[in-house]
Each structure stands twice: as structure tokens, then as C-alpha cells.
Design a protein around this ligand. Structure first.
Ligand code: SF4
Length: 468
């Protein structure tokens, strides 16, 4: 019995950012190789700090859904998961015993050798009848000067494809580091050049930056000396599902042991399902059970007709990401759950639906009530930050209070990490009583913005004061 956790970056601003991870999680669920497949994010929920608590089994494989190694896969994810590791992840991954679970953390899927096949498939799609004598291949990577490992995978793929001798020439160029992508026409002598973006998904870079920098107008562009065939990004190819499965299988090679149901997780859901069967309110949601089916709806819609009916957890997940006024809801316990819907599920789908509507709330609340979930005070959260978020260490407690009062005031959860108290929870019949044991990344991000704004204001004031 194994849990697979796919880790994405997520976003506080863009509701589409999680789409690729959701997509692969759905495909892998259907493939049925894992007892469960769940998603976790840096900037969405369940967060990296929560996600391991939400896994149902004691054998957990965690795969970063990133195209290359870098700051997130080497620093942020291991730190937030408490893996006690920082730096490059070895090819066989890292295995840790955490909270009674065996956690296998792998390299990002993008560095798996099978990605070479994905690049070649994308190239064939872009130019199906290319001939090796007059066709070159360009792999386009993002690149960054901040992490020397991030471009390594691009060069490895370039070298593997060169060895195959399928193209007259194979090169790798980058958007954000040398050698730059706009130098491509000084390198290639082939009449046909197939360009394959080594990116996770379609987006600003694949659809705007690259075409604009290179003067491409669609999938085929004719220049004086070359015809360019522009491929789709590798990260959206259906073969990626197979790559993810291979990454997981590689991680299991270090141990054949399989997992069991996690007793804490099972106890949490047993408690919750017992209450749900009787009918209950959780946050803004009203839950009823009848003839084995669970019904969810916004509690303010109780007794209303003509509600839109949902029967799949995924469609409910997509609905609750946006408020009635069209705002993205990166924090699911914000008090703006949309209204006008009703969802009906069997028990298995109900569990998943609740985890989409209020990620990690069942597990965290049950553990908190048992005294098995420690509160992480702000000072510890601030000290843990790296990169641009180390700025939050300069925030005073007054700054943190000011920012979090505004944001957390709009959230159902009680900020125990700032000293608020909670004597009862929704498990005791108080629907909006949900513990928040540590500041979420949304608040961390806003505290950082506050510090930056304060520093800028002080810088503006200083010359004026010294002139007085
Ligand atoms: S830190 Fe504040 S906004 Fe974030 S989840 Fe906790 S209570 Fe809600």
C-alpha cells in the first residue's frame, strides 16, 4: 500500500498554476499503480508542511514535478518536508522515516533518462518525416545563473541524442543564461531546425518569450536559411505519466517494503466520518449523509433549490478555487467559499472532495485535539526561510501582527502560531473552529512584501531627513 505525492510549485496569484500537477495526478490515479495519489504545493494547499500528514499509507513516494534540479528541489522541498537534507538529490533519492512513515524523496521527473525519448517524440511530432542529413535539433531550456545543476539535464539530453546520430547537429540553448537561445542561427547549418522547449507546460515562456525572441510565427516558420519546426513543451507529453511511474519504481528499488494504512490518518477520518454520517457543519460547508451518499453544500444554501450539482471531486475542486466574485482562493479556508452548488459523493469520493475543499483540515484538527500536532511559532517559521524569504526575519512582531490580522481575519482558521487560543473545534460542533498551527506561505509572502515596502518607505524618508 503506497501513497504517491506529486509536488508542484503552485501560486498565490494564478489559479492555473496547479493544473499540470492535477492532470498527472488524475492520470496516475486511473493507472492504478498506487493506493492513492495526492498533490502538495509550495504556495497552495495542502502545503509542503501539511502534505505528509494527509497521506493514507505509511509508504510515501514524493516526486517533485519539476523539469530540472534547482533551488526548489534541492533546498525548499527537502526543508519544508523536514527531510534533513539540502543539496543535490542522489539518483536513488533520499529515504527517511518521518512520523511513522517511510518517505522516499526522488529527483525531479525531468532529470529521468526517459526524458530523452520524450524530447525525440516531441521532435517527431513537430517534423514527422525529418531526414538526419539536413535536420538539426535545438533543446531550449530556461537556465538560471543561480543554480549550476539546473542546466545539467539539458546538456545530458543533448549528449544522449547526439550519440544516437539521428540529427545532423544537436544543440542546447537557454533563455536566462549563456549560451542564449537567440544565437541559434549562428550555430545551425541544417536546412530544418526542430526546436523543443524543455519546459513543464505551455505558458508565458513557450507561447510568448521564445516565439518573440526568435521571430517564430506558429509551429513552422521559414527564414532565409532555415525552416524552424517549433514543438510543444516536453512536460505536457502523455509519456510523462510513464516517466513518473519509472521515477517511483526507481525509488522503490532501495527497499521492497510496502506500506500499511497510517493509524493516525485512519483515526482522524474515522472520527470525522462518524460525525459526517450524523450530519455536520465544517467551515462554510454543510454535510449530510443519506443512503450511503454524502451531500455537501454551502451552509447558506441550505433549503435552496436550483443548485448546480457536482458528482466528481475534481469538478468541485475546480469550482472552489474561485470565489463568487471571481477571486482566486489560494487559501481554502478563506471565508469566500462560492455558493450555489451541491455535491453528491460515495464515501471514497467524499473523502477526496473534503480534502480538496479544506486540504489537511481533518488530519490537522484531529492531531491537534489529541495534542499530537505541535504549534510552530512565527519566530521558527521566519528562521527557517531561505532565499528571498529571509527578509521576513526582519519583520517585527508588530509587523507580523498587522499583516496576519488582516489576512487571517478573513480566514476560518485560528492562528495558534501567533498565540490565539482555540478550546473547541468543528469536531465539537463549532463549524468555523479550525486550528492553524503554523503561518501559511500566503502570510509569509505578505509579511515579506510588508518588510520590502517598509524598507522602501524608510529609504525615501532618509535623504529628506538628512537634508533638514
Ligand atoms: S496563516 Fe492565517 S491565512 Fe494562513 S491558513 Fe493560517 S489563519 Fe489562515
Amino acid at each position: 500500500m503506497r501513497s504517491l505525492v506529486l509536488i508542484g510549485h503552485g501560486s498565490h496569484l494564478n489559479p492555473d498554476s496547479a493544473r499540470a500537477v492535477y492532470h498527472y495526478a488524475e492520470l496516475l490515479r486511473k493507472a492504478g499503480s498506487f493506493s492513492e495519489v495526492i498533490e502538495g504545493y509550495w504556495k497552495e494547499e495542502p502545503s509542503l508542511r501539511q502534505v505528509l500528514r494527509t497521506t493514507r499509507y505509511s509508504d510515501v513516494t514524493v516526486i517533485p514535478m519539476f523539469i530540472s534540479e534547482g533551488y526548489f528541489t534541492e533546498t525548499v522541498i527537502p526543508r519544508e518536508l523536514n527531510l534533513g537534507h539540502s543539496g543535490p538529490v542522489p539518483p536513488h533519492g533520499i529515504t527517511r522515516q518521518l512520523g511513522g512513515k517511510t518517505v522516499r524523496y526522488t529527483q525531479p521527473y525531468g532529470v529521468h533518462p526517459r526524458m530523452t525519448d520524450v524530447i525525440l517524440e516531441r521532435a517527431r511530432e513537430a517534423c514527422p518525416d525529418f531526414s538526419p542529413e539536413d535536420t538539426g535539433l535545438l533543446i531550449i531550456g530556461h537556465g538560471t545563473t543561480r543554480n549550476q545543476n539546473s542546466n545539467r539535464v539539458i546538456y545530458q539530453n543533448r549528449d544522449r541524442i547526439r550519440e544516437k546520430g539521428l540529427f545532423k547537429e544537436v544543440h542546447a540553448l537557454f533563455l536566462d543564461e549563456d549560451p542564449r537561445v537567440d544565437t541559434w542561427d549562428t550555430l545551425f547549418t541544417s536546412k530544418h531546425v526542430i526546436m523543443v522547449p524543455f519546459f513543464t507546460a505551455e505558458g508565458w515562456h513557450t507561447q510568448e518569450t521564445i516565439p518573440e525572441e526568435l521571430g517564430l510565427n506558429g509551429s513552422r516558420t521559414t527564414f532565409t536559411d532555415h525552416t524552424v519546426h517549433y514543438a510543444l513543451p516536453v512536460g505536457t507529453h502523455p509519456m510523462i505519466t510513464e516517466v513518473i511511474l519509472e521515477v517511483a519504481q526507481d525509488a522503490w528499488r532501495t527497499s521492497s517494503a510496502s506500506g500499511e494504512p497510517s493509524p493516525e490518518q485512519q483515526a482522524a477520518w474515522d472520527t470525522f466520518l462518524g460525525l459526517a454520517r450524523e450530519g455536520m457543519r465544517l467551515g462554510e460547508v454543510l454535510i449530510r449523509q443519506d443512503v450511503g451518499l454524502y451531500t455537501l453544500q454551502h451552509m447558506l444554501d441550505e433549503g435552496k433549490d436550483q443548485l448546480q450539482v457536482f458528482v466528481s471531486p475534481e469538478s468541485l475542486r475546480d469550482l472552489v478555487r474561485i470565489s463568487d466574485s471571481g477571486e482566486y482562493r489560494p487559501v481554502h479556508t478563506f471565508r469566500n467559499l462560492p455558493r450555489g452548488w451541491k455535491a453528491v459523493f460515495n464515501e471514497q469520493d467524499f473523502r477526496r472532495a473534503i480534502s480538496y475543499v479544506y486540504p489537511s483540515v481533518i488530519e490537522d484538527t484531529c492531531l491537534y485535539q489529541k495534542g499530537a500536532l505541535r504549534v510552530t511559532p512565527w519566530i521558527s517559521t521566519a528562521r527557517r526561510q531561505t532565499g528571498i524569504y529571509t527578509r521576513v526575519q526582519q519583520a517585527t512582531l508588530k509587523d507580523v501582527d498587522q499583516v496576519s490580522k488582516k489576512i487571517c481575519g478573513f480566514c476560518l482558521k485560528s492562528r495558534l502560531w501567533y498565540g490565539d487560543t482555540l478550546y473547541q473545534t468543528f469536531l465539537d460542533g463549532v463549524p468555523g473552529a479550525i486550528p492553524c498551527v503554523e503561518a501559511c506561505t500566503y502570510v509569509i509572502s505578505e509579511v515579506r512584501e510588508h518588510v520590502v515596502r517598509k524598507e522602501l518607505a524608510q529609504q525615501k524618508e532618509t535623504p529628506a531627513q538628512s537634508a533638514r
